[in-house]
Design a protein around this ligand. Structure first.
Ligand code: ADP
Ligand code: MG
Length: 722
């Protein structure tokens, strides 16, 4: 989609005077476009499959395809692509032209229902974790009508799932859709205790995307940044984020122009980005949309990342979505704000005004906490990546220990509920008092939920915020896990309540009793204090909560019996699909560290050591020169500093060279190991172990070698945008 980069500023300028509502969503085949271009029959059919997930039949698909093409052509579009989310992490697209040659050397534009509904990319070129049979490399992409088609550049993009010939998912979207439907079913059934009008529950997601910007010219000469997304070397600048003068500071004009431009493109695509501000680190920023249904929100986040990267180039910037582009300043996350909404327009995680609605609120609230308690390790695994390892637990981001922050008010409500007399033994007055107490939550809550930024999973008034997600991640995966664990928990809850009701316990009381039990059982996961402190690590250990700092270890949770059962029983991922994902995640980890290690080798050998030696040579020449013109006593005095520098350079170069050689040896050994798990652990524990020694000494050299000779742009140049 390179073409979009060349968009002239004309259209943008024409629109800058307009309100967003005048062009919002105009590149989306949304309801308006559908109404205009589709027959009533086709419109209704699409509507139904969008809201109920029913399949669009082929005849109807032909009609829809023809109309989509007409709509897209009216906007100058020439190509179409299925747009999907393979397990490599990025989105994938293969553009095909609409045109078809016909007799007489002429051509027509055609787009059939078949081309809309299904395509056959070669699955063997995408990560498949061994799912692909050797004799059958085919994979299928299939239309997801719940996420509307859109135009990006000159291409009509059709969001699709990606599955193997044998029907197994090879992407992030398929399990996400299944988890959403499992959650819908489980939550709707629980809602029936409170409100018979609820027939559908959707999970909502509002992500906050953090990112860095760097001047393109500097980026282009930082080979490490280009290839790995992060700086593998670099001395911290004298002025980093100590003065805390960047967060929410005035946005530099050049950056603001970039923001306006990518927001404009996003709005054309119906991505509701609304918030922008400077983040904590220099050159770090954030944007956030209005929340949406989760599947759509995930598509929009992926699309936004692509839009940002392309629009940045127009402004001579590069956008860095890596979790930790720079050592020593904050990294970037993607906070996932998650909640549940009903077809009746209610947010189930919003405390209501009456005791009854509050019992409903508490039900979903307590069950979510319990779900996180039960599957904390899986949730940790869902955000594990080589990139995110730099952030978690690094005193600037949520720790690798999963815990839930509730805020003072709700902690008290749960404590009171837990301490309350056994519900069965409560007098009617006591029960009423308890209900009234719960009835009091709302007024105080929204304004008062404290902002504990150190918690990986925090309740923020009417939603949970999963903060440990990495900035470059496809957040569909952590959301799949969250949906799944809450769905499973709600199913258990319903069973527990029904069992009590079978024993003639009255409904509200049964709910109380079960919630009370869950509150006690899941207490260990609740933590209100400072998640960055060492005290919490010790406390968590005492509580038996896991602290798994690196990815290879964290990923084990993907293939435990508990996880296997969770996904299989909900019909989200079968055994083979889960094994494959585990395998792919390990391999991805290994490859990332392998690439970083090789690039360290290259940069050290081709750039750093030659520069250091060149500077050393000039010192040696100078010392020799001094020797010729000075007396022995004068020389000793005048040359000593330079001789020390010469020695230091030699020492550091030797350390770097030795470490790089040993690292290469470890890489060879790791590559010969016979399982993905062993390889990932070897890369983590052995190969990566050399990174720090090498970097430390390179950064020391950066401090002494003359600026004119040093080959890499420095932090102090990259982090300050002018
Ligand atoms: P913060 O103080 O964390 O910035 P905001 O109220 O600005 O909180 O919300 C941050 C994000 O949370 C936004 O993307 C917003 O749309 C989203 N959000 C708000 N309500 C919900 C909800 N019910 N479900 C999912 N996301 C929500
Ligand atoms: Mg937030």
């Amino acid at each position: 989609m390179q073409d979009v980069v060349k968009r002239t500023p004309v259209e943008f300028n024409q629109n800058t005077g307009k309100q967003v509502s005048q062009y919002y969503g105009s590149n989306v085949f949304g309801l308006d476009a559908m109404r205009e271009f589709l027959s009533e029959e086709a419109f209704n059919s699409i509507q139904q499959s969008m809201s109920q997930g029913t399949i669009v039949d082929r005849k109807m698909a032909d009609q829809v395809a023809a109309c989509m093409k007409a709509w897209a052509q009216s906007k100058g579009v020439t190509h179409f692509t299925h747009w999907f989310q393979p397990l490599s992490g990025a989105t994938a697209e293969k553009h095909d032209g609409f045109f078809e040659p016909i007799e007489g050397g002429r051509a027509i534009e055609r787009f059939s229902g078949n081309a809309l509904v299904q395509q056959e990319p070669d699955a063997s070129s995408f990560p498949n974790g061994g799912i692909r049979n050797t004799f059958e490399a085919r994979g299928y992409t299939a239309w997801d009508p719940t996420s509307p088609a859109f135009i990006w550049g000159q291409t009509l993009c059709i969001p699709t799932i990606f599955i193997s010939y044998t029907g197994e998912s090879l992407d992030f979207k398929t399990p996400l859709l299944k988890s959403l439907s499992a959650l819908d079913k489980a939550a709707t059934e629980v809602c029936q205790y409170f409100d018979k009008n609820v027939t559908k529950v959707i999970a909502t997601l509002g992500w906050e995307q953090e990112y860095f910007l760097i001047d393109a010219a500097l980026y282009n000469i930082r080979y490490d940044l280009q290839q790995t997304g992060r700086t593998l070397f670099g001395h911290a600048p004298a002025k980093g984020q100590q003065l805390e003068d960047h967060y929410w500071g005035s946005i530099p004009e050049r950056v603001a122009a970039f923001m306006r431009d990518f927001e404009y493109e996003s709005h054309l695509l119906g991505i509701p980005v609304r918030t922008r501000h400077n983040e904590v680190a220099p050159a770090q920023f954030e944007c956030a949309p209005v929340f949406e249904e989760t599947n759509l929100a995930v598509d929009h986040n992926l699309l936004l990342m692509d839009v940002m990267e392309k629009v940045a180039i127009r402004h001579n910037f590069r956008v860095l979505l890596h979790e930790k582009p720079y050592a020593g300043v904050n990294g970037s996350g993607k906070h996932n704000n998650w909640s549940l909404a009903t077809n009746t327009g209610k947010n189930l995680l919003s405390p209501g005004k009456t005791p009854k609605t509050n019992l409903q609120f508490l039900t979903f609230f307590v069950n979510t906490v319990k779900a996180v308690y039960e599957h904390a390790d899986l949730l940790r695994a869902s955000i594990a990546s080589a990139n995110n390892d730099h952030r978690l637990g690094a005193n600037e981001a949520p720790p690798a220990i999963m815990s839930v922050f509730l805020g003072e008010q709700l902690s008290k409500v749960l404590d009171d509920l837990e301490k309350s007399v056994h519900a069965g033994k409560m007098s009617p007055e006591e029960k009423t008092a308890l209900k009234l107490n719960i009835g009091k939550i709302p007024d105080i809550l929204l304004d008062n939920t404290d902002r504990n930024r150190t918690s990986p999973f925090a309740f923020t008034g009417n939603k949970f915020e999963f903060r440990a997600v990495g900035s470059s991640a496809n957040c569909g995966w952590p959301m799949t896990v969250l949906n799944a664990i809450v769905a499973e928990q709600l199913i258990t809850f319903k069973k527990d309540v029904d069992a009590l009701m079978d024993k003639k316990v009255e409904k509200d009381e049964a709910i109380f009793q079960v919630l009370k039990k869950y509150i006690t059982e899941s207490k260990k996961i609740r933590f209100e204090g400072n998640g960055y402190g060492d005290a919490w690590k010790a406390e968590a250990k005492k509580r038996g909560l896991n602290n798994i700092p690196t990815t290879p270890g964290a990923l084990d949770a993907l293939v435990t019996k508990k996880t296997m059962h969770l996904f299989e029983s909900l019909g989200i991922l079968n055994h083979r699909e889960q094994e494959a994902r585990y395998e792919i995640s390990l391999e991805t980890y290994t490859k990332k560290i392998q690439i970083e290690s090789r690039i360290i080798d290259d940069v050290v050998n081709n750039q750093i050591i030659p520069a250091a030696l060149q500077y050393q040579k000039s010192l040696v020449e100078n010392v020799n020169g001094l020797k010729n013109i000075l007396s022995a006593a004068e020389f000793k005095k005048a040359a000593q500093t330079q001789i020390d520098l010469i020695k230091e350079i030699s020492e550091r170069v030797t350390i770097i060279k030795d470490a790089a050689t040993n690292m290469t040896e470890e890489r060879k050994k790791a590559n010969n190991l016979d399982s993905a798990k062993k390889q990932a652990h070897a890369y983590c524990d052995k190969v990566k172990g050399y990174f720090e020694t090498i970097r430390y000494n390179v950064d020391k050299l950066e401090g002494i070698v003359d600026d004119a000779t040093w080959p890499l742009p420095k932090y102090r140049e990259m982090l300050y945008l002018r």
